[in-house]
Design a protein around this ligand. Structure first.
Ligand code: 13P
Ligand code: 13P
Ligand code: MG
Ligand code: MG
Length: 386
């Protein structure tokens, strides 16, 4: 049977700054969806990561279904009203447009969804990240789907060794989606060339070249493109199917041991390592480090099992401790150099305003400080060529 998995997430308010939604807010969202899901959804799982609430839904209505999207949108509107009543910070933060128009894409919430033929055993992973942007998934996806040093399945499994098709989006364009398709292994260097710039080029989806099935769907929304100014970090969700023609679950999870540096944390304007955390973790130190949680599911005829909290394992405690050390190391240099994002990505306007004021105060000296020395051409025998 054809199944659609849709996850829509939004930050509609949180306790104590940008830390975590209140239990009452999450309950309000769950109740709204449960009350209105009849005839629409097969199953539902609501979770939160940092200050973001994600509604994961299974159904048979295909991607971009207006009724499914509207259900989530209205749940977030109801949640916003609850956040306002409780005095939560940033009530309705990610609902950037006043009225819903058919699809939540471009309205503020992040969405990742895919439709596929359900396999007899259908494992998939649902990732949610807070205090970062969609490019945070570039490196882990590259390693899981294209690098045999991480994923031995690329050598061991004949189907996986046919490679994958990556759809990469240029998220700097605002009016229209600009995408490119690249196939591994032959386009590996082209793919690496794009993915090394995660603020501009973002993996949107990945497809098996052996079966043409979709393996991954990433939310590529960039809030500052929608709002025209900083309203919050994008905090992307992602769905990844595992096993058989796709990487094993462990191959997909393994790259998160790196704690790679991503854009985000405090005021969305820093470079900090990505910390894999347990489900429902809040954010703390320096509005970061950026965090990622992952729930593993199996699904049969649209019914979800209970989630396995994959980063709730002693192995990841050691990783978290190392990522905390990396975070502290980076924070020691404050706003200097690599610690803060480049000008084009700074989410607040304070620095550019200050720079334009200072620009007027710079003066050009009438004479160059020192005259440039004219070098005489030297021949192979060391003598000056006249
Ligand atoms: P099992 O033998 O436990 O099913 O594991 C198979 C596998 O390939 C895991 O990577
Ligand atoms: P959120 O996008 O998670 O709301 O974080 C905003 C922020 O700037 C925190 O410092
Ligand atoms: Mg917030
Ligand atoms: Mg957030």
């Amino acid at each position: 049977m054809k199944l659609t998995v849709t996850v829509i997430k939004a930050d509609v308010g949180s306790i104590g700054g940008h830390l975590r939604p209140s239990q009452r807010l999450v309950k309000t969202i769950v109740e709204h969806v449960n009350l209105n899901r009849k005839g629409l959804l097969k199953d539902l799982y609501v979770s939160h990561t940092g200050d973001d609430v994600a509604i994961l839904m299974t159904h048979d209505r295909g991607v971009g279904d207006p009724d499914v999207h509207q259900l989530a949108w209205k749940a977030f509107v109801t949640g916003t009203q609850c956040a306002q009543r409780q005095g939560l910070y940033g009530a309705g933060q990610d609902l950037l447009i006043d009225s819903f128009s058919g699809n939540v894409r471009g309205l503020g919430p992040a969405v990742a969804e895919m439709e596929f033929e359900e396999r007899p055993g259908e494992p998939f992973l649902f990732f949610a990240a807070d205090k970062t942007d969609p490019g945070a998934y570039n490196l882990p996806l590259y390693l899981a789907f294209a690098d045999p040093m991480n994923s031995p399945g690329l050598l061991l499994s004949p189907k996986m060794s046919r490679g994958f098709r990556f759809v990469v989006m240029d998220v700097s364009t605002v009016d229209k989606d600009r995408t490119i398709e690249l196939e591994t292994p032959q386009d590996l260097y082209d793919l690496a060339t794009l993915l090394r710039d995660p603020e501009r080029y973002v993996v949107e989806s990945i497809w098996s070249r052996a079966s043409d099935e979709q393996a991954a769907a990433v939310a590529t929304e960039r809030l500052h493109n929608i709002a025209g100014k900083y309203t919050g970090k994008d905090d992307p969700v992602m769905l990844v199917r595992s096993q058989m023609n796709f990487p094993a679950t462990g191959e997909i999870l393994s790259p998160y041991h790196i704690g790679h540096y991503v854009a985000g944390a405090m005021r969305g304007s820093h470079q900090m390592p990505l910390m894999p955390v347990k489900l429902h973790s809040p954010v703390s130190f320096f509005d970061g480090p950026p965090i990622v949680s992952c729930a593993a599911f199996s699904v049969h005829e649209g019914k979800l099992t209970e989630p396995v909290d994959v980063f709730d394992h002693p192995f990841w405690d050691a990783v978290r401790s190392r990522v905390a050390d990396k975070s502290i190391e980076m924070r020691r240099q404050g706003f200097f150099g690599a610690a803060m994002l480049p000008m084009t990505e700074l989410e607040y306007t304070g620095i550019s305003e200050r720079l334009s004021a200072l620009r007027k105060r710079f003066k050009l000296r009438p004479e160059p400080a020192s005259k440039p020395r004219v070098l005489e051409p030297v021949g192979s025998d060391g003598r000056i060529v006249s």
